[in-house]
Design a protein around this ligand. Sequence first.
Ligand code: FAD
Length: 420
Amino acid sequence: MPRSVVLGAGAVGVATAFHLQRLGHDVTVIDRQPGAALETSFGNGAVIHASEVEPWSQPGMPLKILKWLGREDAPMLLRPSALPHMWRWGVGFLRNCTEARFHANARANLRLALYSLASLQEIRRALAIEYDCATKGVIKIYRDPAALEAGRRNSTMLAGHGLTFAVLSRDECVAREPALADTAASLCGALYYERDEVGDCHKFVQGLAAHVAARGGRFLYGATVRNLALSGGRVAAVETTAGPVECDNVVAAMGSFTPALLRPLGIDLPIYPVKGVSVTVPAAPWNDAPSHAIIDDGRMFGLIRIGDRLRAAGSAEIAGHDATPSPARAAAIVAKVVETFPGFARCHRPETALVWAGLRPVTPSGVGYMGPTRCANLYVNAGHGHLGWTMSCGAGRLVADIVAGRQPAIDLAGFPSLVA
Ligand SMILES: Cc1cc2nc3c(=O)[nH]c(=O)nc-3n(C[C@H](O)[C@H](O)[C@H](O)COP(=O)(O)OP(=O)(O)OC[C@H]3O[C@@H](n4cnc5c(N)ncnc54)[C@H](O)[C@@H]3O)c2cc1C
């Protein structure tokens, strides 16, 4: 039985371990945290969204980032202190902001997102994981007709590749989601993505990890990976704070921390952390809270019902690897949510709200790395950015197939590679 070691017990690592085990591998998952999904996969926006596959590297974005410089409440904030460490990543980001690259990258992401959605649904049917799943879709609301038209154009471009969506008038928005009544007067319409889903990523990953463990998979928690010991051009063992772990294959799925592990091997993996924030509160005090996930395009937040909780999520801060939530940015999100949904103020009590931040592992193209490296038995599954929960089940399955020497189920043309 091949011994496969997965580094990182986030959504991506655990899904990879699950699929490797299904293919008959003996799996060990190593993570520095005391359990699964305790870093970026913990408090994310919870949406499985094929509708948000457009990368952040897109035409017009560099100008917007410049305009937002120094504004503490900006949707995307580049801190000058980060610049010296990310200039190569930044050049790659700029290169991907052309119309042609943007469309190609969005199409690659959509292919993976749809495959991943099917993969998640398959796991859901097979295992009874309780993760506050909801399948009502996502409503993305607009106030600016030009922005609505741009969103409609992008979705139409992707509709040719499998995305389904509908344009809603203001009245149709309220008919579908009565909680939008308070803000309807300011809206010019919405895009509705019926197939998008919602679910608590942390709960799902914990459930999936328990399933893998019950079938003999090992989880080495509280162990920090220090480096990879090579022998004859292959990884012979993973060196950790809990001692060495011998292996036949290694999959590095440590999110934003993957590049630092590969750098000493001469492997340059362009992933940079982009910090986001979420604020989670009990939904109960607001009787008529939205039942659909709402994305507010202009104010750039998502408000998502996860079981009996509401989560406001958003913000993109380029500021290095520190995942401490910034109180100012959390407050800015809450203020924007209350502007759109005054009812949210009834649920939000600073003393009970769970304020969290995570580091999205973002590549210059906005498309993740899945597959081999120049080191024969070392693979990566990282860099799925703002879509890591969406992509996890599909990316895990693809990388497991590659490790096992099987043909991946989708065409990987258009995805970045470390061996090209
Ligand atoms: C505010 C916010 C909202 C988001 N909303 C959504 C959304 O709605 N939908 C969506 O699809 N995605 C969303 N995302 C993105 C998604 O959360 C991430 O892409 C995803 O969680 C990344 O998963 P991962 O497994 O790659 O990384 P992680 O979850 O970060 O897992 C990496 C693991 O590696 C471990 N690790 C790192 N270094 C070491 C080391 N040296 N030794 C041992 N262990 C190590 C960490 O402990 C961690 O458990 C959001 C992100 C944020 C921040």
